[in-house]
Design a protein around this ligand. Structure first.
Ligand code: SF4
Length: 369
């Protein structure tokens, strides 16, 4: 009986699956003043409330009406791993409330202390969120890509990952770089972004939010049309389309030239610099010839390339290049007139690449390809 009730409860939408306007609309139908919406969302987003009983400035009849229609709970934690002296934390969250691998998603918190980084930059806490359980893009080097696609996350499930860590300390940055392709779950991603940056939400800086895509052309245009100051990272991973299609088998019409055009158009519309990510895989795409080909292709275009040495993944026969190979690749790009940096890796020992913790803890089978 308890289990049946749980399932009924689970089917209700979460209050953060609605927009602030939709919450106000529902309140109006109940004859409640609009300002109650901000009170409710403040409780959930800024006070971390996970039950209506905590919302002591709401009338009890309203709390009952809300509880009958909308969930306000937080997902439970299946596993937590820490690394980098406690400055990187990864959690596996149970979105289905049943411990099933299908509904388990990963989120990572990374704390940056300027003193430990040579006194540069500001102290910040970045949370990396997932937008899908699994992923349909099938990138050959990615643990999530090998697990196949289960489902899109709802807006509340995306925001819940930030709120989980916000209970411990203030989150300054959010990157949509976890499991799944965020632009393939566009509407839920946008709703979640609004809860992060709007004043009725967490009120974060728009510039503190970055979306990372493997390269979906039309959704990149849609994101530009939102006219927000959201950062954008587009993954290239290869200097030519033939190799790119081997590494990202679903890339279809998204050629490298088309992606660079889309990135520059986003840059022109929003004024935000777009980063082009390139995962370095030993002997696959990291040779001097690959670097020269990439530099030739990007020369004269105002792009910034971020090189990401591959994070070894169980069951995937690909290797991380040595630091010497990484530096040589970077130097070839710089010599070719292309702005290039190397990403500092975090949390390698806790399987920080997306999808690996789920595989380690729940043993999610490799999906047939
Ligand atoms: Fe999906 Fe990103 Fe993994 Fe590619 S790298 S399979 S887009 S989660």
């Amino acid at each position: 009986m308890g289990r049946t009730l749980d399932l009924v409860e689970q089917k209700k939408p979460h209050i953060l699956d609605l927009s602030i306007g939709e919450i106000e609309g529902r309140l109006a139908e109940w004859g409640q003043p609009g300002y109650r919406a901000a009170q409710i969302t403040r409780w959930v987003l800024r006070q971390g409330a996970t039950s209506y009983d905590e919302m002591t400035n709401l009338p009890s009849e309203l709390r009952e009406l809300l509880a009958a229609e909308f969930r306000v709970d937080a997902p439970s934690v299946i596993a937590t791993r820490m690394a980098d002296d406690g400055s990187t934390t990864k959690v596996l969250l149970d979105l289905g409330g049943n411990g099933s691998a299908d509904d388990a998603i990963e989120s990572v918190r990374m704390d940056y202390d300027p003193e430990s980084e040579g006194g540069e930059g500001r102290e910040r806490t970045t949370v990396c969120v997932s937008t899908q359980a699994g992923c349909a893009m099938g990138c050959v080097f990615c643990a999530t890509g090998q697990q196949g696609f289960t489902r899109n996350l709802t807006p509340s499930e995306i925001v819940a990952q930030v709120l989980h860590f916000a209970r411990e300390r203030r989150v300054t940055n959010v990157v949509f770089m976890g499991m799944g392709e965020p632009l393939a779950n566009f509407d839920a991603m946008m709703r979640a972004i609004h809860w992060l940056v709007d004043e009725s939400g967490l009120g974060m800086r728009q510039r503190g939010v970055t979306v990372s895509t493997v390269g979906l052309l039309r959704p990149i245009e849609r994101l530009a049309e939102e006219r927000l100051q959201i950062g954008l990272t587009i993954s290239l991973h290869a200097p030519n389309d033939e190799l790119r299609r081997r590494l990202v088998p679903t890339s279809g019409a998204a050629t490298i030239d088309a992606l660079v055009d889309a990135g520059l158009a986003y840059q022109a519309t929003t004024g935000r610099r777009v980063t082009f990510a390139y995962a370095l895989l030993e002997e696959v795409n990291d040779t001097t010839e690959h670097a020269r080909e990439l530099a030739e292709r990007l020369r004269g275009r105002a792009v910034h390339v971020n090189l990401v040495p591959y994070n070894p993944t169980a069951g995937v026969d690909l290797r991380r290049p040595s630091n010497t190979r990484v530096r040589r690749f970077q130097q070839e790009l710089l010599d070719g007139g292309v702005n290039a940096t190397v990403r500092v890796e975090r949390g390698i020992e806790i399987a920080a690449a997306c999808g690996q913790l789920r595989t380690d803890v729940l043993g999610t089978p490799i999906a047939p390809r």
